[in-house]
Design a protein around this ligand. Structure first.
Ligand code: ZN
Length: 209
């Protein structure tokens, strides 16, 4: 198991649709366990395979009160009910958070690491995280759900993330309002360019659908 590098916007991998996993083999499990390590290393609640540059439909989550990580393969939101405004962030968009609308409850289906079907009804943070991670597999980022420019804000500098805030020369009061930046603009603000990934590059191990 290993910590993999998390991709940041505007890496094109984050905008691509991941493909269904056809069989849960050792390669898929290695990916999933590496994703758990990577998520924990970054103190995240969830991670999708696109974020480590792999286009297979695998997500991992770990709720703050839970000791074990969840591994979900081919996850689907099969029903959504209600709307609520939530604050959200993403490991691939460091330094920002935003207010968006998510569902109050969801019904969710996936395979677990033993290829058993898991069906759950979720609310609160788990529902939010599942919607966020399934979005990733469809190339969707939470910033796509922002209702207006005022709904995104930049976090204050934190000493342990100094390198993400190098360009933070302006006043960075917590509620500083910014217009919704494009993926490229956020990257420029972060000042840490990840090299563009060849859009044709994709794992050749799986057949599509
Ligand atoms: Zn994310």
């Amino acid at each position: 198991m290993a910590v993999r590098q998390i991709l940041f916007i505007p890496d094109p991998m984050l905008r691509r649709r991941a493909r269904k996993v056809q069989s849960i083999d050792s390669s898929v499990l290695r990916l999933a366990h590496d994703m758990v390590d990577t998520m924990r290393d970054s103190a995240g609640v969830g991670l999708a395979a696109n974020q480590v540059g792999d286009l297979r439909r695998v997500i991992v989550l770990q709720m703050p009160e839970e000791e074990e990580a969840r591994i979900y393969i081919n996850p689907e939101i099969i029903r959504r009910e209600g709307e609520r405004e939530v604050e959200e962030g993403c490991l691939s968009i460091p330094g920002y958070r935003g207010f968006i609308t998510r569902s109050v409850t969801i019904r969710f289906r996936a395979l677990d690491h033993e290829a058993k079907v898991v069906k759950i009804k979720a609310d609160e943070l788990l529902a939010q995280a599942l919607e966020h991670e399934v979005d990733h597999l469809n190339g969707i980022l939470y910033t796509d759900h922002l209702a207006s420019h005022e709904k995104l804000f930049r976090l204050e500098s934190r000493s342990d993330e100094a390198e993400d805030e190098e360009d933070d020369s302006e006043d960075s009061s917590h509620d500083e309002r910014l217009s919704v930046p494009t993926d490229q603009e956020i990257l420029n603000i972060l000042g840490s360019g990840s090299p563009p990934v060849d859009a044709r590059e994709a794992p050749a191990t799986l057949k599509i659908r």
